[in-house]
Design a binder for this molecule. Structure first.
Ligand SMILES: C[S@@+](CC[C@H](N)C(=O)[O-])C[C@H]1O[C@@H](n2cnc3c(N)ncnc32)[C@H](O)[C@@H]1O
Length: 255
């Protein structure tokens, strides 16, 4: 299944605004130091790239992504970095020290090959992916409700499709790529929705697996899913919905 990664605005409304929260704590954990040259693989709309510019005092930052629309969005909205269209198999040739990837590794056709390609470019390689099976609650709750109504949805659930999004699997991929000093860590960020519509509306934008699933439902099934989620989600007295999103981070270096 190929994902739709086309519109920067729709992606931002859906996950981009959440992924920005993870980028900062990830960079703090990575602690790569100032004056490094960075490459952000699968940069999308530039959530991680922007955080590198803002927090890591880099000597240079390049973001690469196969989505022309995401690259155009990033170039228009993120200052201090260069953005190019490409993928993990076709990385730009700029000299780099630190190669990172945010929430993208599981969408690459061969994550092991992608990490080896990243390793060939920089001495430090690090990434993070959502904990689809557990702590990424906004998606976990979506798929649990979708599967309760439609058992066939299970095969589209990112927890099923992306088994690499677990710390043991990430450590194995890093080790198999010859990266040492490997470590993983959870990064938890709050995801607060002002009301149910704030949670639900981004799922109507067609970006990524869950909104892609919603786009394929007829009106009746889409309304059933919406109503099920409205019942299931824990709303506070003011209607706000407080969830948590967990990402697993992994890092390693070449000897
Ligand atoms: C969930 S988005 C993450 C974007 C951004 N890094 C962030 O944290 O918000 C996943 C991104 O992976 C990109 N992608 C998909 N396949 C890829 C590949 N083979 N190589 C590099 N990037 C890829 C998509 O175009 C999309 O922008």
């Amino acid at each position: 299944m190929r994902e739709v990664w086309a519109g920067g605005d729709a992606y931002e409304a859906y996950i981009g605004r959440r992924s920005r929260l993870v980028a900062g704590p990830f960079l703090d954990w990575l602690d790569a130091g100032p004056g490094r040259r960075w490459l952000d693989v699968g940069c999308g709309t530039g959530a991680l790239t922007a955080a590198i510019v803002a927090r890591a005092a880099p000597a240079g930052v390049v973001g690469v992504d196969p989505s022309e629309q995401h690259v155009a969005w990033a170039a228009a909205n993120v200052a201090g970095a260069r953005f190019v269209v490409g993928d993990a198999d076709h990385l730009p040739s700029d000299p780099v020290d630190v190669v990172v990837s945010g929430l993208a590794l599981n969408f690459m056709p061969d994550a092991g090959a992608a990490v080896r390609a990243m390793r060939d470019r920089g001495s430090t390689v690090a990434a993070y992916v959502w904990d689809y099976a557990g702590g990424m609650e906004l998606l976990r709750r979506f798929w649990d409700a979708a599967i309760a109504l439609d058992p066939d949805a299970a095969e589209l659930d990112e927890a099923t499709r992306f088994p690499i999004c677990r710390p043991d699997r990430l450590r194995t991929i890093w080790r198999d790529a010859g990266l040492v000093d490997g470590a993983t860590a959870p990064i938890d960020v709050p995801t607060v929705f002002g009301d149910f519509d704030d949670y639900w509306t981004p799922f109507l934008g067609g970006q990524g697996p869950a909104p892609g699933y919603v786009a394929g439902l007829d009106d009746r099934r889409r309304d059933r899913l919406r109503d099920r989620l409205r019942l299931d989600l824990p709303a506070a007295n003011d209607g706000a919905i407080h969830l948590t999103a967990r990402a697993w981070a992994v890092r390693g270096t070449m000897e």
